[in-house]
Design a protein around this ligand. Structure first.
Ligand SMILES: Nc1ncnc2c1ncn2[C@@H]1O[C@H](COP(=O)(O)OP(=O)(O)O)[C@@H](O)[C@H]1O
Ligand SMILES: [Mg+2]
Length: 215
């Protein structure tokens, strides 16, 4: 039986207005689920809730079978460092360093080693010696994905990871992410506005009228 990696129950949250309520969501090993929805519907907020960064007004989140609201700061920090792979819209690379140095920082922090195969699959082998500032946006995006996957996370949270990429590169990145999930028995929550990307996942949901509907 495949294990549950993420289980969110009865989530509700509001900022200035009610974003969503009654949201139940689960990710098992080797599962990728996509979340679609209009801009402002709360997709990024929901991803931040699932990944420990925002506490919802109502509801529980379990990561790797642990209720995250019963954990102390050190435990949360350790889950973020070892178990979660966060690919958000802005990529937090160290601009003055080379691509390979950015990957080394991630692997040193997580106690893993650099995966040359992954770098080849992402077609950034030639860029490893270059400074981040000298890379194109699409190359930076792929370095940042390589950095996240180098940590060997169990659960990937990706917020529009292919949003700034041309179609061919977007497909390549999606393929690498899905292969990673299968090969490592990981899971992925993908926020996207691209229905073609969503169709590559096991299931797609739409955040609309404050509810998360299975498509
Ligand atoms: N930290 C915050 N404080 C107040 N309002 C916020 C905050 N984060 C997001 N919002 C508001 O919540 C709504 C949903 O935002 P977001 O989750 O980013 O939507 P999406 O990712 O679907 O575009 C927006 O109206 C946004 O302004
Ligand atoms: Mg967003």
């Amino acid at each position: 039986m495949s294990k549950t990696l993420l289980k969110a129950t009865n989530i509700a949250h509001k900022f200035d207005y009610q974003l969503f309520s009654d949201i139940d969501f689960e990710i098992k090993e080797k599962e990728c689920k996509a979340i679609l929805g209009r801009s402002g519907s709360g997709k990024s907020t929901l991803l931040h809730i699932f990944s420990t960064f925002i506490k919802p007004n109502i509801g529980e989140v379990e990561l790797l079978n642990k209720n995250i609201y019963e954990l102390n700061e050190n435990d949360i920090e350790s889950i973020r460092r070892y178990d979660l792979g966060i690919i958000f819209q802005a990529h937090y690379l160290f601009k003055g360093m080379t691509a390979i140095e950015n990957l080394e920082i991630a692997t040193i922090l997580s106690g893993k080693s650099i995966d040359k195969n992954l770098i080849e699959k992402l077609e950034i082998t030639e860029n490893m010696g270059q400074k981040i500032g000298d890379l194109s946006g699409g190359q930076q995006q792929r370095v940042s994905i390589a950095r996240v996957l180098s940590k060997k996370p169990k659960i990937i949270f990706a917020d529009e990871p292919t949003g700034n990429l041309d179609k061919e590169t977007a497909n390549l990145v999606m393929k690498v992410l899905l292969e990673y999930v299968q090969e490592n028995s990981a899971g992925m929550v993908l926020v996207t506005h691209d229905e073609a990307m969503a169709r590559m996942c096991n299931r797609s949901y739409k955040l609309e009228n404050s509810k998360l509907e299975l498509l």
